[in-house]
Design a protein around this ligand. Structure first.
Ligand code: PMP
Length: 426
């Protein structure tokens, strides 16, 4: 297909007629395909079925704790070592919690907002407004937390190296109402970007430039989710933070939701010992302790860094063909057409597509009408509003390869129809 700007009007009209024919054929096929959320596929969750029954009646943790009983707000010692390794935090800087890292993130923000990380005077809500920096496109559930808690969101540009740090530093230095920033530093949701070493270093230094209660929310959900051998490594923010003495301003998060069972895994958090002890004082009002039985099951199953890496390689073997499938179809159907650009992540769960400005909602609605559900337009932006209405998040992990192929073929068709219609002035 020639570049949309070089095609003549008759050529475009002819192409559109062909595309609409194919669209009608697909509509008649009554598809029911869903690419909305980054869920692991059935074969992926089955990789961890050995968790079931793994304890074989041995409920003792390494220090003799009976995990069937109450207690241990920090999580099991061996789980803090294993998951601290994932985050790059020491065991005493690591808390292992329940089944969801999103819950931990919510609790940290809620706590900082209403109780204050450094006592009542430091509570963000003492002074209005409260603002957060949100690199875009980003993760919709981060943005929902802010919206729900009444925190004003300021979008920040994402570059290939991560958030635009000149913009970030300028904003936090100028406005003390900015109390934090959301980061998905490795294989960002949705762009797949891995923050560069320089970005990590500058992010670690950020609390020094910002208001005293500022927090970097370092959601490393895809820390170990590389798909290709050339996947870039992420520098350790903890290493820099120790050097700059900013650990108090950094909260790191992760979970095994996309390692073992999504929603039935183990979540963890890393920060300074001071922050963890303050956080635990607050947590103690909400729970007597986490599910240590599940933590022990995870430690017995995932054991150490090597076992964990071997397990993640099995996930990659499932996901890689799906990423390749999406990227091959986008290349074949849209490369050189001027109708879209997309990311080529080396890991994670998403591929981010930018259509021509003003077309994302229309493309998503065209796909929906023929039974292909995509993440809603705007979901990757604060308040669900993409100012250019162009970003679309594709989540290739859950469907079968065959369904994925059909879905992405249909998606490319919708991109073409919407783009040509726009060019023709409808
Ligand atoms: N953070 C990011 C960036 C995610 O993409 C997801 C899952 N889609 C989560 C957090 C959710 O993690 P959990 O299941 O541990 O709450």
């Amino acid at each position: 297909m020639v570049h949309i700007e070089q095609a003549s009007e008759p050529q475009l009209r002819e192409q559109l007629a062909d595309l609409l024919d194919r669209y009608d054929q697909l509509a008649a096929g009554k598809l029911a395909l869903d690419l909305t959320r980054g869920k692991p596929g059935a074969a992926q969750v089955a990789l961890s079925d050995a968790l079931d029954g793994i304890l074989e009646g041995d409920y003792r943790a390494a220090d003799g704790t009976d995990v069937r009983n109450y207690g241990g707000l920090d999580g099991l010692a061996e789980a803090r070592i294993l998951f601290g390794n994932v985050l790059g935090t020491l065991p005493e800087e690591t808390l292992v919690g329940g089944n969801s890292s999103l819950t931990l993130m919510y609790q940290v923000i809620d706590f900082a907002l209403t109780e204050g990380l450094r006592g009542p005077e430091s509570a963000w809500a003492r002074r209005e407004p409260v603002k957060f920096l949100c690199p875009v496109p980003g993760y919709d559930r981060h943005f929902s937390i802010c919206e729900y808690l009444g925190i004003e969101m300021l979008p920040v540009r994402m570059l290939e190296t991560g958030p635009d740090m000149d913009q970030v530093e300028g904003l936090v230095a100028a406005d003390p109402a900015i109390k934090g920033i959301w980061c998905v530093p490795r294989f960002s949701n949705p762009s797949g970007c891995v923050y560069s070493d320089n970005t990590v270093e500058r992010m670690a230094r950020l609390p020094k430039l910002a208001s005293p209660e500022f927090v970097v929310m370092w959601d490393n959900a895809y820390a170990i989710h590389s798909l290709y051998d050339d996947a870039p490594e992420l520098a350790s923010i903890g290493k820099w933070a120790r050097q700059f003495d900013t650990m108090d301003g950094i909260f790191q998060f992760g979970s095994t939701s996309k390692v073992t069972f999504a929603g039935a895994g183990v979540a963890f958090m890393g920060s300074s010992e001071r922050n963890l002890s303050t956080f635990k004082a607050h947590l103690a009002f909400q729970t007597i302790g986490p599910d240590k039985v599940n933590q022990l099951r995870h430690v017995r199953f995932l054991r150490d860094a090597e076992t964990l890496a071997a397990h993640m390689a099995k996930h990659a073997a499932h996901i890689r063909p799906r990423f390749d499938c999406v990227l091959d179809i986008l290349d074949r159907e849209l490369e050189g057409t001027g109708m879209a650009s997309w990311t080529q992540p080396r890991g994670g769960y998403f591929i981010s597509v930018d259509a021509l400005p003003g077309l994302a909602s229309e493309i998503i609605s065209l796909a929906d009408k023929i039974g292909v559900k995509l993440t809603p337009a705007g979901a990757t932006f604060p308040y669900g509003k993409d100012p250019e209405d162009r970003n679309i998040r594709l989540s290739p992990t859950f469907p079968s390869l065959e369904d994925l192929q059909t879905s992405i073929d249909a998606f490319a068709l919708c991109v073409k129809i919407a783009s040509i219609r726009q060019r023709l002035g409808r």
